[in-house]
Design a protein around this ligand. Structure first.
Ligand code: FES
Length: 157
């Protein structure tokens, strides 16, 4: 069960976009940027307000990979494992981060909700490989030690 404040905020977001069916994506984008994920309860709520079936709203939201139905951490770290980064040893960076954060492929967010660790197939910065991003800020030419240091800095931030 979500608190009432989530619904109040959603009403505010709907108010700024209107209730045309085309407003669905901008509305759920705003919800996701507010909460760093898209609570399924709110997707159903928005669908109701816009007169869209829940099934349709889910199919739209799941079509766009950017929407997440799981809560994410304050810092979303994306380690690139595209070809350029892979050959420049992105996997040891990923493994070091998994071990520093106590995470794994099956558990990608820390219990304190500070970090979410994901992989991506190319961040479009291959010349800077190996690359990772934290909340879309690019960190070039990473090493496992530099990644561990970055985590320490973020924890202290
Ligand atoms: S392969 Fe990593 S940025 Fe392109």
């Amino acid at each position: 069960m979500l608190e009432q404040s989530y619904y109040d905020k959603t009403d505010e977001i709907i108010g700024s976009h209107g209730t045309e069916q085309a407003a669905l994506i901008p509305i759920i984008q705003d919800i996701q940027s507010e909460y760093r994920y898209l609570p399924p309860e709110l997707l159903s709520y928005v669908a109701g307000k816009l007169g869209i079936s829940e099934a349709k709203a889910y199919s739209v939201a799941t079509f766009y990979e950017n929407f997440s139905f799981e809560p994410k951490g304050k810092y979303i770290i994306k380690v690139c494992d595209g070809t350029a980064c892979h050959v420049r040893k992105s996997i040891p960076i990923l493994e070091r981060l998994y071990s520093e954060l106590g995470l794994s492929k099956a558990k990608v967010t820390t219990d304190d909700m500070l970090f979410t660790l994901e992989t991506v197939s190319c961040l479009g910065a291959c010349g800077l490989a190996p690359v990772l991003t934290v909340n879309d800020k690019v960190y070039p030419a990473m090493t496992p030690d530099a990644a561990a240091e970055l985590i320490r800095e973020l924890r202290g931030a």
